[in-house]
Design a protein around this ligand. Structure first.
Ligand SMILES: [Zn+2]
Length: 485
Protein backbone atom coordinates (compact mmCIF):
# COMPACT_ATOMS: atom_id res chain seq x y z
CA UNK A 1 0.00 0.00 0.00
CA UNK A 2 2.78 2.39 0.90
CA UNK A 3 4.47 1.77 -2.42
CA UNK A 4 1.23 2.25 -4.39
CA UNK A 5 0.71 5.53 -2.59
CA UNK A 6 4.29 6.62 -3.11
CA UNK A 7 4.26 6.16 -6.88
CA UNK A 8 1.11 8.26 -7.12
CA UNK A 9 2.76 11.21 -5.37
CA UNK A 10 4.01 14.20 -7.33
CA UNK A 11 7.59 13.80 -8.50
CA UNK A 12 7.91 10.20 -7.26
CA UNK A 13 8.69 8.82 -10.69
CA UNK A 14 11.06 11.64 -11.73
CA UNK A 15 14.34 10.05 -12.79
CA UNK A 16 17.59 11.02 -11.06
CA UNK A 17 21.08 10.66 -12.55
CA UNK A 18 23.83 9.08 -10.40
CA UNK A 19 25.08 12.61 -9.59
CA UNK A 20 21.59 13.75 -8.62
CA UNK A 21 21.21 10.70 -6.42
CA UNK A 22 24.36 11.70 -4.60
CA UNK A 23 23.13 15.25 -4.10
CA UNK A 24 19.76 13.85 -3.07
CA UNK A 25 21.33 11.98 -0.18
CA UNK A 26 22.54 15.25 1.21
CA UNK A 27 19.26 17.13 0.69
CA UNK A 28 17.40 14.29 2.42
CA UNK A 29 19.90 14.38 5.27
CA UNK A 30 19.25 18.10 5.80
CA UNK A 31 15.51 17.59 5.65
CA UNK A 32 15.56 14.68 8.05
CA UNK A 33 17.59 16.69 10.53
CA UNK A 34 14.81 19.30 10.65
CA UNK A 35 12.16 16.63 10.99
CA UNK A 36 14.04 14.87 13.73
CA UNK A 37 14.31 17.90 15.97
CA UNK A 38 10.76 18.88 15.07
CA UNK A 39 9.26 15.56 16.07
CA UNK A 40 11.22 15.47 19.31
CA UNK A 41 10.06 18.99 20.10
CA UNK A 42 7.34 20.36 17.80
CA UNK A 43 7.98 23.87 19.13
CA UNK A 44 11.16 23.85 17.01
CA UNK A 45 9.50 22.91 13.74
CA UNK A 46 9.32 25.98 11.51
CA UNK A 47 6.35 24.92 9.29
CA UNK A 48 4.18 25.10 12.42
CA UNK A 49 4.85 28.82 12.77
CA UNK A 50 3.91 32.05 11.12
CA UNK A 51 6.75 33.18 8.88
CA UNK A 52 6.97 36.56 10.65
CA UNK A 53 7.89 34.81 13.87
CA UNK A 54 10.89 32.98 12.53
CA UNK A 55 12.09 34.47 9.28
CA UNK A 56 15.62 34.98 10.56
CA UNK A 57 15.72 31.42 11.98
CA UNK A 58 14.62 29.99 8.64
CA UNK A 59 17.31 32.01 6.89
CA UNK A 60 19.92 30.21 9.00
CA UNK A 61 18.63 26.72 8.19
CA UNK A 62 21.09 24.65 6.11
CA UNK A 63 18.17 23.17 4.17
CA UNK A 64 16.93 26.67 3.36
CA UNK A 65 20.43 27.68 2.28
CA UNK A 66 20.60 24.71 -0.08
CA UNK A 67 17.17 25.51 -1.56
CA UNK A 68 18.17 29.12 -1.96
CA UNK A 69 20.95 28.30 -4.38
CA UNK A 70 18.90 25.69 -6.23
CA UNK A 71 17.79 26.64 -9.78
CA UNK A 72 14.05 26.62 -9.24
CA UNK A 73 12.83 27.35 -12.77
CA UNK A 74 10.20 30.07 -12.99
CA UNK A 75 7.72 32.01 -10.90
CA UNK A 76 4.33 31.86 -12.57
CA UNK A 77 2.28 33.75 -10.01
CA UNK A 78 3.52 37.16 -8.88
CA UNK A 79 2.14 40.70 -8.91
CA UNK A 80 4.39 43.29 -10.45
CA UNK A 81 4.41 45.93 -7.69
CA UNK A 82 5.00 43.49 -4.83
CA UNK A 83 8.15 41.64 -5.80
CA UNK A 84 11.27 43.68 -4.96
CA UNK A 85 12.96 43.69 -1.58
CA UNK A 86 11.87 46.37 0.90
CA UNK A 87 15.46 47.57 1.15
CA UNK A 88 15.27 48.45 -2.53
CA UNK A 89 11.95 50.26 -2.04
CA UNK A 90 13.50 52.34 0.71
CA UNK A 91 16.39 53.17 -1.58
CA UNK A 92 13.87 54.46 -4.14
CA UNK A 93 12.56 56.96 -1.59
CA UNK A 94 15.91 58.78 -1.80
CA UNK A 95 15.31 59.74 -5.44
CA UNK A 96 15.08 63.38 -6.45
CA UNK A 97 11.73 65.20 -6.58
CA UNK A 98 9.89 62.73 -4.36
CA UNK A 99 7.10 64.04 -2.13
CA UNK A 100 5.29 62.25 0.65
CA UNK A 101 1.74 62.89 1.87
CA UNK A 102 1.25 62.18 5.58
CA UNK A 103 -1.63 62.12 8.04
CA UNK A 104 -1.84 61.76 11.84
CA UNK A 105 0.31 64.84 12.45
CA UNK A 106 2.87 63.87 9.89
CA UNK A 107 3.33 60.33 11.12
CA UNK A 108 1.40 58.09 8.75
CA UNK A 109 2.45 57.78 5.10
CA UNK A 110 -0.58 57.96 2.80
CA UNK A 111 0.89 58.61 -0.65
CA UNK A 112 4.02 59.38 -2.67
CA UNK A 113 4.47 61.44 -5.80
CA UNK A 114 7.42 62.58 -7.89
CA UNK A 115 6.99 66.25 -8.73
CA UNK A 116 9.02 69.43 -9.27
CA UNK A 117 6.49 71.39 -7.18
CA UNK A 118 4.12 70.54 -4.38
CA UNK A 119 1.69 67.96 -5.84
CA UNK A 120 -1.91 69.06 -6.29
CA UNK A 121 -3.07 65.47 -6.48
CA UNK A 122 -5.67 64.38 -3.94
CA UNK A 123 -4.60 61.29 -2.06
CA UNK A 124 -6.93 58.52 -0.90
CA UNK A 125 -7.23 60.11 2.56
CA UNK A 126 -6.78 63.61 4.03
CA UNK A 127 -3.03 64.29 4.23
CA UNK A 128 -0.44 66.99 3.59
CA UNK A 129 2.45 66.96 1.15
CA UNK A 130 6.08 67.68 1.97
CA UNK A 131 9.34 66.86 0.21
CA UNK A 132 10.61 63.41 1.21
CA UNK A 133 13.96 64.94 2.19
CA UNK A 134 12.22 67.23 4.72
CA UNK A 135 10.16 64.37 6.09
CA UNK A 136 13.36 62.40 6.61
CA UNK A 137 15.04 65.33 8.30
CA UNK A 138 12.06 65.99 10.54
CA UNK A 139 11.69 62.41 11.73
CA UNK A 140 15.29 61.22 11.59
CA UNK A 141 16.76 59.01 8.88
CA UNK A 142 16.91 55.79 10.91
CA UNK A 143 13.35 56.25 12.22
CA UNK A 144 12.05 56.72 8.69
CA UNK A 145 13.95 53.66 7.50
CA UNK A 146 12.48 51.54 10.26
CA UNK A 147 9.02 52.97 9.70
CA UNK A 148 9.08 52.26 5.96
CA UNK A 149 10.42 48.76 6.51
CA UNK A 150 7.11 48.03 8.24
CA UNK A 151 4.83 50.31 6.25
CA UNK A 152 5.82 48.63 2.98
CA UNK A 153 4.97 45.22 4.40
CA UNK A 154 2.37 43.19 6.31
CA UNK A 155 4.60 43.22 9.42
CA UNK A 156 4.22 43.02 12.35
CA UNK A 157 0.76 41.45 12.10
CA UNK A 158 0.92 37.69 12.18
CA UNK A 159 -2.75 37.73 13.14
CA UNK A 160 -5.55 39.94 11.96
CA UNK A 161 -9.11 39.93 13.23
CA UNK A 162 -10.14 38.34 9.96
CA UNK A 163 -8.82 37.82 6.48
CA UNK A 164 -10.79 40.92 5.42
CA UNK A 165 -8.68 42.99 7.77
CA UNK A 166 -5.54 41.37 6.41
CA UNK A 167 -6.69 42.20 2.86
CA UNK A 168 -7.42 45.83 3.82
CA UNK A 169 -3.91 46.27 5.07
CA UNK A 170 -2.54 44.41 2.06
CA UNK A 171 -4.39 46.63 -0.44
CA UNK A 172 -3.29 49.77 1.42
CA UNK A 173 0.35 48.88 0.68
CA UNK A 174 -0.40 48.61 -3.05
CA UNK A 175 -2.15 52.00 -2.94
CA UNK A 176 0.74 53.63 -1.06
CA UNK A 177 3.27 52.26 -3.54
CA UNK A 178 1.35 53.58 -6.54
CA UNK A 179 2.88 57.07 -6.62
CA UNK A 180 6.34 55.71 -5.92
CA UNK A 181 6.37 53.00 -8.61
CA UNK A 182 4.09 54.41 -11.33
CA UNK A 183 6.62 57.11 -12.12
CA UNK A 184 7.95 56.03 -15.54
CA UNK A 185 11.71 55.97 -14.76
CA UNK A 186 11.11 54.07 -11.49
CA UNK A 187 8.75 51.61 -13.20
CA UNK A 188 11.54 50.47 -15.50
CA UNK A 189 14.13 50.33 -12.72
CA UNK A 190 11.83 48.39 -10.38
CA UNK A 191 11.22 45.71 -12.99
CA UNK A 192 14.92 45.49 -13.84
CA UNK A 193 15.71 45.11 -10.17
CA UNK A 194 13.01 42.44 -9.79
CA UNK A 195 14.52 40.38 -12.60
CA UNK A 196 17.89 40.68 -10.89
CA UNK A 197 16.59 39.69 -7.45
CA UNK A 198 14.65 36.74 -8.88
CA UNK A 199 17.64 35.52 -10.85
CA UNK A 200 19.84 35.73 -7.77
CA UNK A 201 17.30 33.59 -5.96
CA UNK A 202 17.56 30.84 -8.56
CA UNK A 203 14.59 31.94 -10.69
CA UNK A 204 15.20 32.14 -14.43
CA UNK A 205 11.73 32.99 -15.67
CA UNK A 206 9.06 35.38 -14.43
CA UNK A 207 5.42 35.53 -15.45
CA UNK A 208 3.99 38.74 -14.08
CA UNK A 209 0.42 39.76 -13.46
CA UNK A 210 -0.03 43.49 -13.89
CA UNK A 211 -2.84 46.03 -13.61
CA UNK A 212 -0.90 47.93 -16.28
CA UNK A 213 -1.47 51.41 -14.87
CA UNK A 214 -0.88 54.54 -16.93
CA UNK A 215 2.48 55.85 -15.76
CA UNK A 216 3.34 59.48 -15.14
CA UNK A 217 6.32 61.71 -15.85
CA UNK A 218 7.58 64.94 -14.30
CA UNK A 219 6.24 67.27 -16.99
CA UNK A 220 2.89 67.43 -18.72
CA UNK A 221 3.60 64.36 -20.82
CA UNK A 222 0.90 61.69 -20.50
CA UNK A 223 1.73 58.06 -21.06
CA UNK A 224 -0.63 55.34 -22.23
CA UNK A 225 -1.10 51.74 -21.14
CA UNK A 226 0.79 50.75 -24.32
CA UNK A 227 3.77 52.75 -23.05
CA UNK A 228 3.62 50.80 -19.78
CA UNK A 229 4.00 47.51 -21.66
CA UNK A 230 6.63 48.99 -23.98
CA UNK A 231 8.72 50.06 -20.97
CA UNK A 232 8.49 46.52 -19.62
CA UNK A 233 9.50 45.02 -22.94
CA UNK A 234 12.45 47.37 -23.43
CA UNK A 235 13.63 46.74 -19.88
CA UNK A 236 13.42 42.99 -20.34
CA UNK A 237 15.45 43.20 -23.54
CA UNK A 238 18.06 45.27 -21.73
CA UNK A 239 18.22 42.67 -18.96
CA UNK A 240 18.36 39.69 -21.32
CA UNK A 241 21.23 41.26 -23.28
CA UNK A 242 23.32 41.23 -20.10
CA UNK A 243 22.04 37.89 -18.76
CA UNK A 244 21.81 35.42 -21.61
CA UNK A 245 21.12 32.49 -19.27
CA UNK A 246 17.92 34.08 -18.05
CA UNK A 247 14.94 32.46 -19.78
CA UNK A 248 12.69 35.51 -19.96
CA UNK A 249 9.51 37.08 -18.71
CA UNK A 250 5.92 37.45 -19.93
CA UNK A 251 2.91 39.50 -18.90
CA UNK A 252 -0.59 38.58 -17.85
CA UNK A 253 -2.94 41.56 -17.96
CA UNK A 254 -4.73 41.38 -14.61
CA UNK A 255 -7.04 44.32 -13.82
CA UNK A 256 -9.27 44.57 -10.73
CA UNK A 257 -12.26 42.25 -10.42
CA UNK A 258 -14.52 44.49 -8.29
CA UNK A 259 -16.18 46.10 -11.34
CA UNK A 260 -19.36 45.88 -13.45
CA UNK A 261 -19.55 43.61 -16.51
CA UNK A 262 -19.22 46.48 -19.08
CA UNK A 263 -15.85 47.33 -17.53
CA UNK A 264 -14.71 43.74 -18.05
CA UNK A 265 -15.75 44.09 -21.68
CA UNK A 266 -13.37 47.08 -21.91
CA UNK A 267 -10.64 45.03 -20.22
CA UNK A 268 -11.03 42.33 -22.86
CA UNK A 269 -10.78 44.90 -25.66
CA UNK A 270 -7.66 46.41 -24.07
CA UNK A 271 -6.11 42.97 -23.70
CA UNK A 272 -6.76 42.11 -27.35
CA UNK A 273 -5.24 45.43 -28.51
CA UNK A 274 -2.17 45.00 -26.31
CA UNK A 275 -1.68 41.42 -27.44
CA UNK A 276 -1.81 42.62 -31.04
CA UNK A 277 0.97 45.08 -30.34
CA UNK A 278 3.00 42.71 -28.11
CA UNK A 279 2.02 39.22 -29.33
CA UNK A 280 4.87 37.31 -27.70
CA UNK A 281 5.07 39.35 -24.50
CA UNK A 282 1.54 40.07 -23.30
CA UNK A 283 -0.07 36.67 -23.54
CA UNK A 284 -2.72 36.19 -20.88
CA UNK A 285 -5.58 37.58 -18.85
CA UNK A 286 -6.72 37.37 -15.24
CA UNK A 287 -8.78 39.40 -12.73
CA UNK A 288 -7.31 40.39 -9.36
CA UNK A 289 -8.31 41.75 -5.95
CA UNK A 290 -9.86 39.98 -2.98
CA UNK A 291 -11.97 37.26 -4.57
CA UNK A 292 -14.46 37.29 -1.69
CA UNK A 293 -15.28 40.99 -2.14
CA UNK A 294 -15.05 41.23 -5.93
CA UNK A 295 -17.59 39.68 -8.26
CA UNK A 296 -17.53 35.99 -9.17
CA UNK A 297 -16.36 34.97 -12.63
CA UNK A 298 -19.87 33.84 -13.56
CA UNK A 299 -20.97 37.51 -13.62
CA UNK A 300 -18.55 38.16 -16.47
CA UNK A 301 -19.02 35.06 -18.59
CA UNK A 302 -20.51 36.87 -21.61
CA UNK A 303 -17.68 39.39 -21.66
CA UNK A 304 -14.91 36.87 -21.03
CA UNK A 305 -16.09 34.58 -23.81
CA UNK A 306 -15.26 37.39 -26.25
CA UNK A 307 -11.58 36.82 -25.58
CA UNK A 308 -9.96 35.25 -28.66
CA UNK A 309 -8.72 31.65 -28.29
CA UNK A 310 -5.03 32.49 -28.52
CA UNK A 311 -5.06 34.72 -25.41
CA UNK A 312 -5.09 32.41 -22.43
CA UNK A 313 -6.81 32.80 -19.09
CA UNK A 314 -4.85 32.33 -15.88
CA UNK A 315 -7.56 32.95 -13.33
CA UNK A 316 -7.19 33.45 -9.61
CA UNK A 317 -9.82 31.06 -8.25
CA UNK A 318 -10.73 29.41 -4.98
CA UNK A 319 -8.57 31.65 -2.76
CA UNK A 320 -11.09 31.15 0.02
CA UNK A 321 -12.23 29.10 2.98
CA UNK A 322 -15.95 29.54 2.17
CA UNK A 323 -16.88 26.09 0.93
CA UNK A 324 -19.82 26.16 -1.50
CA UNK A 325 -19.87 29.96 -1.88
CA UNK A 326 -19.78 31.71 -5.27
CA UNK A 327 -16.10 32.42 -4.68
CA UNK A 328 -15.46 28.75 -4.11
CA UNK A 329 -17.37 28.02 -7.33
CA UNK A 330 -15.06 30.35 -9.25
CA UNK A 331 -12.93 27.22 -9.55
CA UNK A 332 -15.61 25.59 -11.68
CA UNK A 333 -16.16 28.65 -13.86
CA UNK A 334 -12.43 29.14 -14.31
CA UNK A 335 -12.12 25.60 -15.67
CA UNK A 336 -15.24 25.96 -17.83
CA UNK A 337 -13.80 29.17 -19.28
CA UNK A 338 -10.71 27.20 -20.26
CA UNK A 339 -8.21 28.57 -17.76
CA UNK A 340 -4.69 27.28 -18.40
CA UNK A 341 -3.73 27.46 -14.73
CA UNK A 342 -5.51 28.18 -11.45
CA UNK A 343 -4.14 30.99 -9.27
CA UNK A 344 -4.01 29.70 -5.65
CA UNK A 345 -6.79 27.11 -5.97
CA UNK A 346 -6.75 26.87 -2.18
CA UNK A 347 -10.25 25.38 -2.18
CA UNK A 348 -9.68 22.90 -5.01
CA UNK A 349 -9.46 19.85 -2.76
CA UNK A 350 -13.14 20.31 -1.91
CA UNK A 351 -13.93 19.71 -5.60
CA UNK A 352 -12.69 16.26 -6.59
CA UNK A 353 -14.19 16.57 -10.05
CA UNK A 354 -12.23 19.76 -10.73
CA UNK A 355 -9.12 18.05 -9.34
CA UNK A 356 -9.50 15.18 -11.79
CA UNK A 357 -10.19 17.57 -14.67
CA UNK A 358 -7.11 19.63 -13.76
CA UNK A 359 -5.08 16.43 -13.88
CA UNK A 360 -6.53 15.24 -17.20
CA UNK A 361 -6.35 18.64 -18.90
CA UNK A 362 -2.96 19.63 -17.48
CA UNK A 363 -4.22 22.71 -15.61
CA UNK A 364 -1.57 23.53 -13.05
CA UNK A 365 -2.44 24.94 -9.65
CA UNK A 366 -0.24 27.89 -8.67
CA UNK A 367 0.31 27.27 -4.97
CA UNK A 368 1.61 30.25 -2.96
CA UNK A 369 2.21 28.89 0.57
CA UNK A 370 3.46 32.01 2.34
CA UNK A 371 0.83 34.26 0.79
CA UNK A 372 -1.92 31.89 1.98
CA UNK A 373 -0.56 32.04 5.48
CA UNK A 374 -0.13 35.83 5.63
CA UNK A 375 -3.58 36.43 4.15
CA UNK A 376 -4.98 34.16 6.81
CA UNK A 377 -6.34 31.18 4.93
CA UNK A 378 -4.44 28.81 7.16
CA UNK A 379 -1.75 28.89 9.84
CA UNK A 380 0.23 25.65 9.92
CA UNK A 381 1.91 24.62 6.66
CA UNK A 382 1.35 20.98 7.55
CA UNK A 383 -2.38 21.59 7.10
CA UNK A 384 -2.02 23.30 3.72
CA UNK A 385 -4.43 21.79 1.16
CA UNK A 386 -1.64 21.43 -1.40
CA UNK A 387 -0.73 18.16 0.38
CA UNK A 388 -3.78 16.69 -1.35
CA UNK A 389 -2.66 18.09 -4.69
CA UNK A 390 0.74 16.48 -4.19
CA UNK A 391 -0.55 13.07 -3.13
CA UNK A 392 -2.81 12.87 -6.18
CA UNK A 393 -0.21 14.26 -8.54
CA UNK A 394 -2.35 17.09 -9.87
CA UNK A 395 -0.08 19.51 -11.81
CA UNK A 396 1.30 22.12 -9.43
CA UNK A 397 3.82 24.93 -9.33
CA UNK A 398 5.08 26.87 -6.32
CA UNK A 399 4.97 30.66 -6.51
CA UNK A 400 5.36 33.61 -4.21
CA UNK A 401 2.53 36.04 -5.11
CA UNK A 402 3.80 39.19 -3.31
CA UNK A 403 7.09 38.29 -1.57
CA UNK A 404 8.03 41.93 -1.02
CA UNK A 405 5.20 42.41 1.49
CA UNK A 406 6.38 39.59 3.73
CA UNK A 407 10.13 40.29 3.46
CA UNK A 408 10.55 36.91 1.81
CA UNK A 409 12.95 36.05 -0.96
CA UNK A 410 11.49 35.84 -4.47
CA UNK A 411 10.87 32.07 -4.23
CA UNK A 412 13.13 30.31 -1.70
CA UNK A 413 10.89 30.70 1.35
CA UNK A 414 7.88 29.31 -0.49
CA UNK A 415 9.97 26.37 -1.69
CA UNK A 416 11.24 25.75 1.82
CA UNK A 417 7.77 25.60 3.39
CA UNK A 418 6.39 23.55 0.50
CA UNK A 419 9.21 21.03 0.80
CA UNK A 420 9.41 20.81 4.58
CA UNK A 421 5.84 21.57 5.59
CA UNK A 422 3.46 20.58 2.80
CA UNK A 423 5.13 17.71 0.92
CA UNK A 424 5.38 14.30 2.58
CA UNK A 425 8.38 13.49 4.74
CA UNK A 426 9.87 11.25 2.09
CA UNK A 427 9.59 13.81 -0.73
CA UNK A 428 13.15 14.42 -1.93
CA UNK A 429 15.11 15.90 -4.81
CA UNK A 430 12.70 14.23 -7.25
CA UNK A 431 9.92 16.43 -5.91
CA UNK A 432 12.05 19.57 -6.15
CA UNK A 433 13.20 18.73 -9.67
CA UNK A 434 9.61 18.10 -10.69
CA UNK A 435 8.55 21.51 -9.31
CA UNK A 436 11.27 23.27 -11.29
CA UNK A 437 10.39 21.43 -14.52
CA UNK A 438 6.67 22.07 -13.96
CA UNK A 439 7.30 25.81 -13.76
CA UNK A 440 8.52 25.75 -17.35
CA UNK A 441 6.18 23.06 -18.60
CA UNK A 442 3.05 24.91 -17.43
CA UNK A 443 4.29 28.41 -18.27
CA UNK A 444 2.98 30.61 -21.07
CA UNK A 445 6.18 30.02 -23.05
CA UNK A 446 5.66 28.61 -26.55
CA UNK A 447 6.85 25.05 -27.22
CA UNK A 448 10.15 26.13 -28.83
CA UNK A 449 10.70 28.64 -26.00
CA UNK A 450 10.10 25.86 -23.47
CA UNK A 451 12.78 23.72 -25.12
CA UNK A 452 15.29 26.55 -24.76
CA UNK A 453 13.99 27.30 -21.26
CA UNK A 454 14.55 23.73 -20.09
CA UNK A 455 18.05 23.76 -21.58
CA UNK A 456 18.95 26.98 -19.75
CA UNK A 457 17.53 25.66 -16.49
CA UNK A 458 19.26 22.30 -16.89
CA UNK A 459 22.62 23.96 -17.41
CA UNK A 460 22.30 25.75 -14.05
CA UNK A 461 20.84 22.64 -12.43
CA UNK A 462 23.84 20.46 -13.31
CA UNK A 463 26.14 23.16 -11.96
CA UNK A 464 24.17 23.25 -8.71
CA UNK A 465 24.14 19.46 -8.35
CA UNK A 466 27.93 19.43 -8.69
CA UNK A 467 28.27 22.24 -6.18
CA UNK A 468 26.08 20.40 -3.66
CA UNK A 469 28.22 17.27 -4.06
CA UNK A 470 31.40 19.32 -3.70
CA UNK A 471 30.41 21.45 -0.70
CA UNK A 472 28.46 18.70 1.06
CA UNK A 473 30.89 18.53 3.94
CA UNK A 474 30.79 22.24 4.61
CA UNK A 475 27.11 22.66 5.38
CA UNK A 476 26.22 21.26 8.76
CA UNK A 477 22.64 20.34 9.68
CA UNK A 478 20.79 22.79 11.92
CA UNK A 479 21.64 22.68 15.62
CA UNK A 480 19.05 21.31 17.95
CA UNK A 481 17.63 24.41 19.60
CA UNK A 482 14.23 25.79 20.38
CA UNK A 483 12.75 28.40 18.07
CA UNK A 484 10.67 29.74 20.91
CA UNK A 485 12.20 32.74 22.56
ZN1 LIG B 1 -2.20 36.63 -6.70
Amino acid sequence: MLESQRVMTMGATTALTPEEQLANKYIVELKKAEYKTGILDPSTHSPGYHIFQLLSEVNKSPLFKALRTMPKGGVLHAHDTAICSTEYLIRLTYRENLWICTADEGCKAIAFRFSKEKPTLKAIAECSWEPMSEFRERRGEENVRRYLLRRFSMYPYSTFKSNNQAWNHFMSIFILLDGLLCYAPVWADYYYRALKEFYEDGVQYLELRSLLPELYCLGEKKLTINDTVQIYKDTLERYMAKNPNFIGSKLIYAPLRGVDPPVVEKYVETCVALNKQFPTFLVGFDLVGQEELGRPLIDFVDQLLKMPEHINFYFHAGETNWYGSTVDENLIDAVLLGTKRIGHGYAIIKHPFIMSLAKKLGIAVEVCPVSNQVLQLGQDYRNHPASHIICQDVPMVISSDDPSFWHALPLSHDFYFAFLGIAPMRADLRFLKCLAINSIKYSALTTPEKVIGIQKWHKQWIKWINEVIKTKGQLEPREDKSLKK
